[in-house]
Design a protein around this ligand. Structure first.
Ligand code: SF4
Length: 381
């Protein structure tokens, strides 16, 4: 079972971000209390031990280390559900914490290495251009990001993942190439590279509506994506999901569960859960979460068979592993299976899907960027 914990605090809001977070530091303590309440209730239903832990957000690195320690103690207090602490925990295959470069001090890294189980750090760098970083409201500079990676390495973190964004307003192909080359030169084990999307309500989409910034040309985006695929491949990274690249054996175990249908539990306001069949979510309200002390907070997402089939298409076809017809048959059988096989085979004839050596349908890498149009041909309404 995978465990995700949403830490809903950030120092400030980045211009492109629509993740649930607040700068209310005065609520941090009450949040940690409520998290303990939610975990106490939800761990009772666990049928298997936690094998991956992911602290995301928000900004987990914005929490004082004392509170971070309390969270770890809470999660590890019941040895039957998550048996871990520092070295070689028996069940935990991966423990990741997200961090912002400006929070990665030597003291923070020492704390993570010596007092928590996290051995994988995922860092939001986004760009190595100071102008681009300022435009999207990030608090670090390119130099600070490089220094943070160095500190993680010196402190003994052997598994680093870094995020970049392409298609930023005003970003040229040259600038994107420079950011990617700079990142690859420091050789993180894992890279997540996202195409910027203008989410409603974000500062960036308001700036776009007011004509203060402009969307990047599609032709430039295509070139950026082609450069991304080629450069990472030449550097030895495997492009295993639309936006994710890993050195061999360093694919994100926790995140892969979102794409392969494995069950996961999400704690904290705004977190989602899936027991393998049905999904649920915690509403994005820290105030309410604290008020009910994290108990009875989740809402079941009522899904019918077609919703579940669409979820399967959208998640599996994002990946290099793809979707095997046998998985559709096993999960849904009958009409849905027949229709998948017919439609997928028609798309294969058009070159929009291909069969992997393992017999799974996959979207060819060069079409991942525009995969939505292919998915629309398969999705059932
Ligand atoms: S630090 Fe991350 S979660 Fe927080 S506002 Fe920026 S992008 Fe969003």
């Amino acid at each position: 079972m995978k465990l995700y914990v949403h830490i809903p605090f950030c120092h400030s809001k980045c211009a492109y971000c629509d993740f649930y977070s607040t700068p209310r530091k005065d609520w941090m303590e009450a949040y940690v209390d409520a998290l303990a309440g939610e975990w106490e209730q939800r761990r009772k239903g666990l049928k298997e031990p936690i094998d991956t832990l992911y602290l995301g957000g928000g900004s987990p690195s914005s929490l004082p280390t004392g509170l971070l320690k309390r969270i770890i103690e809470t999660l590890t207090s019941d040895n039957s559900s998550i048996n871990t602490y520092t070295n070689n925990p028996p069940h935990l295959r991966e423990a990741t914490i997200e961090a912002n470069p400006e929070d990665v001090t030597k003291e923070w890294v020492d704390f993570i290495v010596n007092e928590t189980p996290f051995r994988r750090v995922s860092m939001g760098i986004q760009s190595f251009s100071d102008e681009e970083l300022a435009l999207i409201g990030r608090r670090h500079s390119a130099q600070k990001a490089i220094e943070a990676i160095g500190r993680l390495r010196e402190g003994g973190i052997g598994n680093i993942s870094c995020d970049l964004i392409y298609g930023l307003p005003g970003q040229s192909l040259e600038s994107w190439k420079k950011s990617l080359d700079t990142l690859i030169a420091v050789r993180p084990e894992h890279i997540s590279a996202y195409l910027l999307s203008y989410e409603p309500g974000t500062r960036l989409s308001v700036m776009l509506e007011k004509g203060k910034i402009h969307e990047t040309d599609e032709a430039i985006i295509d070139d950026m994506y082609a450069f991304l695929c080629e450069t990472t491949r030449k550097a030895g990274y495997i492009h295993y999901e639309i936006s994710n690249f890993a050195l061999p054996g360093r694919e994100a175990i926790h995140n892969s569960s979102y794409w392969d249908g494995s069950p996961y539990i999400g704690l904290g306001p705004g977190a989602h859960s899936c027991d393998g069949v049905s999904r649920s979510f915690n509403p994005s309200s820290l105030k309410n979460y604290i008020a009910c002390k994290g108990k009875d907070f989740g809402i079941i997402d009522e899904e019918n068979e077609l919703n579940r089939y669409n979820d399967m298409l959208i998640t599996r076809l994002r990946t290099l592993r793809g979707l095997r017809p046998s998985s559709v048959k096993q999960e849904f059988g009958g009409e849905i299976y027949e229709s998948f096989v017919n439609e997928a085979s028609a798309l294969e004839k058009k070159g929009l899907l291909k069969l992997s050596p393992e017999g799974a349908y996959i979207i060819p890498e060069k079409m991942w960027l525009t995969s939505n149009s292919i998915l629309l041909e398969l999705i059932k309404i």
